[in-house]
Design a protein around this ligand. Structure first.
Ligand SMILES: [Zn+2]
Length: 325
């Protein structure tokens, strides 16, 4: 079977035809099947609370909802997390997502609840210990320096010993000091809504990547300085954050970004959606994520003559995905 159509690359669209069996690009005079994009990268999610979406209380503050003793953690205690994660994975799968970087609450059990499923793409799970136990798994997903304080360096150290990645939320609802974050030296930081230009420059200087989740931020009345992050040339990825607030669908995220950050061009938005965090993944020079040719592809329906307008059109459907691991 073959898919023919314009393929999105970092340099723009190139007409191509992919042999789905061998993943080779071939010449073909068949008709166009749609528009091809490398599978999307969801660089920050919490799939465990996906099934809470219909029951989130209205007008609740960020701290009341996701804080250490908040509504979400109570919900996680009383519901089937494995089932909730499956719901999130289905959304990710049907929306052509090839990479999920999920912050897993609930210690080792939280990791197991994800690993019980066979996800067709690649998942990177960021563990969080229960109480004062040590880091479960390889990668550390730290809630924030304000929440965990002196535990953060310990978790980071444990992840480093296991050659894992370290991610942390920062400056989501209000500005937090940048110095302790730079000292912690995580691979990436999530949110940075209230970062100053100096904070962003300090991250760039320290080679720390950023993941932004604009729909989730908007829900709580926050807005990441996306234009500035791009202008400064920081390594950047998009995430969908809590499944109970936003769909696990990067197409929904980038349509929101198009509407709410109109000065950012569509090529740039799509580039981040498909190749986000490339610098971080390529730190060791071997990551397959760095090379878009080694990613799988999603086939999208054509809804407009212009390729970009078509992809961002709300009627665009994911017609299929060629997974590649
Ligand atoms: Zn988060």
């Amino acid at each position: 079977m073959f898919w023919k159509g314009p393929l999105f690359t970092e340099k723009g669209f190139v007409d191509t035809c992919i042999n789905l069996e061998t993943c080779e690009f071939v010449d073909s005079d068949k008709e166009e099947d749609g528009i091809l994009v490398p599978l999307f990268r969801n660089c920050h999610s919490h799939l465990g609370d996906t099934e809470a979406r219909s029951s989130v209380p209205p007008n609740i503050t960020l701290a009341e909802l996701v804080g250490p003793d908040g509504w979400k953690h109570e919900w996680l205690k009383n519901n089937n997390i494995e089932k909730s994660i499956l719901q999130g994975l289905k959304e990710a799968t049907y929306s052509g997502t090839g990479l999920i970087m999920d912050f897993r609450e609930g210690g080792k059990e939280g990791l197991d609840a994800f690993e019980a499923h066979d996800y067709l793409g690649t998942s990177i799970l960021f563990g969080r210990p229960l109480g004062d136990e040590s880091l479960p798994g390889k990668h550390a997903g730290i809630s924030s320096l304000t929440d965990v304080g002196s535990l953060a360096p310990k978790l980071s150290e444990q992840a480093r010993k296991r050659e894992g990645l370290v991610g942390i939320h920062h400056s989501e609802n209000k500005r937090e000091d940048i110095e302790p974050l730079i000292e912690l030296n995580p691979d990436f930081v999530v949110h940075m809504c209230h970062a100053t230009d100096e904070d962003l420059l300090a991250l760039k200087e320290a080679n720390i990547s950023i993941v932004v989740c604009p729909r989730s931020n908007d829900y709580f009345g926050n807005r990441p300085p996306l234009e500035k992050i791009i202008e400064l040339g920081l390594d950047l990825g998009f995430g969908t954050d809590n499944g109970m607030i936003c769909s696990v669908n990067i197409l929904d995220e980038i349509r929101f970004i198009k509407e709410n950050f109109p000065s950012i061009n569509l090529h740039k938005i799509l580039e981040i959606a498909c190749f986000g965090l490339s610098d971080m993944f390529n730190k060791d020079g071997t990551s397959r994520y760095f090379n878009p040719k080694l990613s799988g592809w999603a086939l999208l329906s054509r809804e407009a003559i212009d390729n970009y307008e078509s992809i961002f059109n709300p009627d665009t459907k994911v017609l299929g995905a060629r997974w590649r691991n």
